[in-house]
Structures are given as C-alpha cells and as structure tokens.
Design a protein around this ligand. Structure first.
Ligand code: NAP
Length: 387
C-alpha cells in the first residue's frame, strides 16, 4: 500500500542552493505549474515542523443511494483542505456505525448525504497534519479522535474534522479504540443521562435511578451503556442474543436476557425488578413494551432508535405530566463528553470491544458486517497500515 508519508521532493532539493525567501517563491511558482501532475505535496509548518501532505489520496465513496457494500467504490481523490475551524487528519482508524449505511440507504433522504459522491463514516482517529484558520488548540503531529457528522470522510487516507469536536488521544488509548468512542460511547452516555442517570458521584446515589435495562447490550452502543451504567452504580439488566450472554455478563451486567426467548422479548427481569431507567439500543422495541416494564412510581425509557411516533408520544407525556416517559434521542456530540469518555478509556474503566477490523482496501466487508446487524462490539477500518 502506498504510504501517505511522502518525502518532500523538489522543494527540498532546491532549498539547498538558494535562500529560503527564493525557495518560497519558487515553491509557489512550481506549485502553480504542477497541480495537473497531482504529485506536489502540500506543506504545513507549525513550530518549525514541516509536514508533507500528498495532493491525492485513496478513499472509499458511494455515488448514489442504495447498493449496500457493493455500492462502495475505491477511488483516488484530492486530499481535502481544512476550512476555518477544521483540522486535517492523516487517518489511522475509522469506526462504522449503523447511521453510516442508513444514510446510504436513503433513510435521511433528501437531507443526507449533502452531495454525491460521498465519502462515508464520521468516527475518526488520526494525526493532525494541517490546521484550518482559527485553530489554535492543536498542532501537526497531535494524535486525536474526532466526530465528523454529517460530513463523514472517514473512509479515506485523510479527512477533515471540526476542531471543536476533536480531542486528544492519549497513548494508552489506541487509534482503533479511540475511533470507536465518539458516536457509540457518546450515544450510550447521552442515553443514560436522558434516562435520568447522573454521573456526578455526589448526586447519583441519592436521587437517580437504581435499576436500568440496557437492550442490545452486545452492540456498539449497548456494550458501552452497560459499562457506564455499572460505573454509575446501577443494577443492570441487559438483553442480547444467546451467543453473547457470557460476553455481556463480562461487561458487568447483573442479569442478562436472551432477546429471542419470550421472557427476553417481554424485557422481563429474571429477579422480578421493574426498571426506573431504560437505555434502549435495539431497533423495533415499542413504547408499550417499554412502558410495561418501567416502575409504577415512574421512570424514563431513553430510546436511541425512536420510531416515527416517538416525538409525539414524548410530547404528550410531557404535557400530561406522565410518570412513565419516553425520551427519543439523537446524539448531539459534545467535546467535554468525548474528553470524559477518552479519559475513562485511558484509565481502563471503559473498555472497547472490537468485533472486527479491516484495512481500507476491504472496507466493503466492514460495511457488510455492520449492515448485517450482528456485530459484537464495534467494527473498525484501519487506515495506513499493511493491507
Ligand atoms: N439516534 C442516534 O443518535 C443513534 C446513535 C447511535 C446509534 N443509533 C442506533 O442505535 C442502534 C444500535 O446501534 P449499534 O451501533 O449498537 O448497533 P450494532 O452494533 O449494529 O448492534 C448489533 C447488536 O445488537 C444486537 N441486537 C439486535 N437486535 C436486538 C434486540 N432486539 N435485542 C437485543 N439485542 C439485539 C445484535 O445481537 P445478535 O447478533 O445476537 O442479533 C448485535 O450484537 C442502531 O439502530 C443505530 O442506528 C442511533
């Protein structure tokens, strides 16, 4: 595989024999002559360190709705330039989320993607190589994770990301682990918060929920939700398929239900508990099914897979002061939450379980695996390593 770490060519050879000022002028002139060759590297300089960025890169794109994994094409495209408030990352890893292929399916048509061809995937880990104007919080060489939604761009050797949603990746957290965190762990955290769970040690035990149900606990979002709920000190009942029961117990769940059994389908706790919080990560679980297992005193079922009527149901519950509430959730990425999650990972308190890893050249397989809906943990595309 071609490595993106191009050695600077003509400019270095020239700078040996002429002054730096002339080098700059000559470099600009040459650059204006050479773009048609697509070979001349871009350079960025920060604190004396020069980085070379090639003009083109390998990327994986789709150019229309539908087509699944076979609709993804390997292309050579220009390396994007970071605009104001953005950073350019040399990609190390990207993790696929169901939203990525749902956009390709046209489920957010006509809003997303904003244009074709589209380079999908918004969960990014990489190294900062260029800064857009106004970015002062990073420098070239920084290892970071970021979320670029809805712009995507992750299935490529380079991607631009908003600096405001980019956080440092400490050495204890690998690029693969880091790439898994933004959407999935971020959604798990926001789901639990929306269900009333507090992560503030001073308040959580006093007023917050005690018993939580986490559905689809073996998936990308669910496996983080189980761990976060345990960190908040809750009793966790979790659902998953039979093959993943030991896995979910290993994440810390106190009770695990096989969702394909009648008890599991009814979300009934084996110990007879009712839940005062639900983090619903499974598609197709109805509000009546969730309401039936919420505690009589009241509770909130936060739902990351809300159906068409969820917003209306939730609004009606608010105006009628209902004790049992549905809280539909759309992830709103927050930098401070990303930092908090990365720090938990750094301390070894939040584990990322990787279902499977693929090089960029096999991104279609990663896509197909996610579309299949049977991942245990996260699916990752590694970029820049051996194919
Ligand atoms: N609204 C938002 O902002 C937002 C953000 C993130 C995710 N989401 C949505 O949340 C859902 C979960 O995302 P994800 O990344 O966790 O998906 P995922 O990793 O693809 O989930 C797959 C896992 O879920 C399990 N599963 C599927 N249906 C189940 C059920 N009815 N009961 C128990 N387990 C079940 C599967 O187990 P088996 O293999 O045994 O079937 C598999 O292990 C997706 O629909 C996604 O689009 C929404």
């Amino acid at each position: 595989m071609r490595t993106a770490k191009l050695r600077p060519r003509a400019p270095i050879a020239i700078s040996i024999s002429i002054s730096p000022l002339h080098t700059t002028h000559l470099s600009r002139s040459l650059r204006s002559l050479l773009p048609c060759l697509s070979l001349f590297p871009r350079t960025s300089t920060q604190q004396g360190a020069a980085m070379a960025t090639p003009r083109t890169m390998k990327a994986v794109q789709y150019d229309k709705y539908g087509g699944g994994a076979e609709g993804l094409k390997h292309v050579e495209v220009p390396v994007p330039s970071p605009k104001k408030g953005e950073v350019l990352l040399k990609m190390e890893a990207a993790s696929i989320n169901p939203i990525d292929w749902k956009i390709q399916k046209g489920m957010l048509r006509p809003f997303l993607p904003r244009k074709f061809p589209f380079t999908p995937v918004g969960d990014l880990a990489g190294e900062v190589v260029e800064l857009g104007s106004g970015v002062t919080s990073f420098k070239p060489g920084d290892k970071v994770i970021s979320i670029s939604f809805p712009n995507g761009g992750g299935l490529a050797e380079y991607a631009v990301a908003p600096a405001a949603l980019t956080v440092a990746r400490p050495p204890e957290v690998s690029a693969v682990e880091g790439a898994c965190l933004p959407a999935a762990a971020g959604s798990a955290l926001q789901l639990l918060k929306a269900a009333g769970v507090s992560f503030d040690e001073k308040t959580s035990s006093a007023t917050g929920p005690k018993n939580v149900l986490v559905t689809a606990a073996s998936g990308g979002v669910g496996h983080y939700a189980v761990q976060l709920a345990k960190l908040a000190g809750l009793h966790v009942t979790a659902t998953c398929g039979s093959r993943n029961i030991a896995f979910v117990q290993g994440l810390g769940a106190d009770e695990v239900l096989d969702y394909k059994t009648p008890e599991g389908a009814a979300l009934r706790s084996p110990s007879g508990r009712k839940y005062d919080a639900v983090a619903n990560c499974a598609a197709g679980v109805s509000w009546p099914a969730l309401r039936a297992v919420l505690a009589d005193e009241g509770g909130t079922a936060a739902d990351v897979t809300p159906g068409a009527r969820a917003a209306l149901t939730s609004l009606l519950q608010k105006v009628t002061f209902a004790k049992k509430r549905l809280a539909p959730l759309m992830l709103t990425p927050k930098r401070e939450e990303m930092e908090w999650l990365v720090d938990l990972a750094r301390q070894g308190k939040l584990r990322t379980v990787v279902d499977s890893r693929y090089p960029l050249g096999r991104a279609q397989e990663a896509w197909a695996k996610s579309v299949g809906g049977h991942a245990t943990g996260k699916i990752v595309v590694e970029i820049g390593g051996a194919e």
